[in-house]
Design a binder for this molecule. Structure first.
Ligand code: OAD
Length: 253
């Protein structure tokens, strides 16, 4: 894994692109949260090396072993609540303040962008804030507070099991969020893609739509991805927590 910073000229190029662009859109994945202590899904210490995605992040998994699934989400929720956004999050908030508008699309459910004061977060994979009934539908989101975890699995007032309001494998993404993400990919003047392995569709298709329109993409990731070498991508190989503050320094001093 590359840990040093990209060259000053690459940082300056990214800064120029951000300064020149009108509508800039950010798209983040699990790597954005890595330096705040959230584990990624893939890679050296990724979740999916230890657990099978189908056992934990699927409707079938919840129905088969709800207590295990809730134990896992309980741990993730607790971990996320205790975590603090790193400098890269505040750098994005600074860019948002500077530009006045910076829609941010994320695959993350940890709420760290919001914790750093970032507004207009489009959560493609849902969030850990609420849960809802597996069966009785229509029940509004139940806040995911500690008391929900006192007896596992937590249940709805109708007696059915609750499920976290995150997108599970095989499920559709939230329609409004998805529509807006595609609209932004179709209309932005620049997209910054941070900390995603580019393997999970449809988030992975967003920068490809942008590039196909002849619009530039800035990628920040310590590892090479399928996006890195495409025409129109400026690939900054480094960690979000150090690269983003450098870019902000170059833009705003
Ligand atoms: P992955 O875990 O697949 O990829 C994380 C990416 O972050 C990798 O490309 C790493 O190289 C990169 N990375 C690691 N540390 C970084 C750092 N400090 N700064 C920047 N980048 C870093 O995560 P996603 O692409 O977000 O879906 O995966 C998407 C989805 O896979 C998740 O939302 C989840 C999972 O299955 C669902 O649960 C529906």
């Amino acid at each position: 894994m590359i840990t040093e910073l990209p060259s000053g000229s690459l940082i300056a190029e990214a800064a120029d692109m951000i300064e020149a662009a009108g509508l800039t859109v950010v798209s983040t994945g699990a790597g954005m949260s890595r330096e705040s202590g959230v584990r990624t899904f893939r890679g050296e210490d990724g979740f999916w090396r230890e657990y099978r995605a189908e056992d934990l992040a699927s409707l079938e998994g919840i129905r088969k072993n709800p207590a295990l699934v809730w134990e896992w989400y309980g741990e993730r929720l607790k971990a996320c609540q205790e975590l603090e956004p790193h400098a890269g999050y505040y750098a994005l908030a600074r860019i948002q303040n500077g530009k006045g508008i910076l829609p941010l699309i994320t695959q993350n459910v940890d709420g760290l962008h919001q914790k750093a004061g970032i507004k207009d977060v489009i959560e493609l994979h849902g969030s850990l804030r609420t849960a809802s009934c597996l069966d009785c539908c229509g029940a509004p989101g139940v806040p995911m507070t500690e008391d929900l975890f006192e007896e596992l699995p937590p249940r709805c007032s109708c007696g059915s099991i609750l499920r976290p309001d995150v997108v599970l494998f095989g499920e559709q993404l939230p329609e409004q969020a998805l529509k807006r993400a595609f609209r932004l990919a179709d209309s932005c003047d620049l997209m910054m893609v941070i900390g995603t392995s580019m393997v999970v569709y449809p988030a992975s298709s967003l920068p490809l739509i942008v590039l196909r329109r002849g619009v530039k993409v800035i990628e920040i990731n310590p590892e090479e991805t399928s996006l890195s070498s495409l025409d129109g991508t400026l690939s900054l190989r480094g960690a979000a927590g150090s690269v983003l503050p450098e870019i902000v320094k170059a833009v705003y001093g």
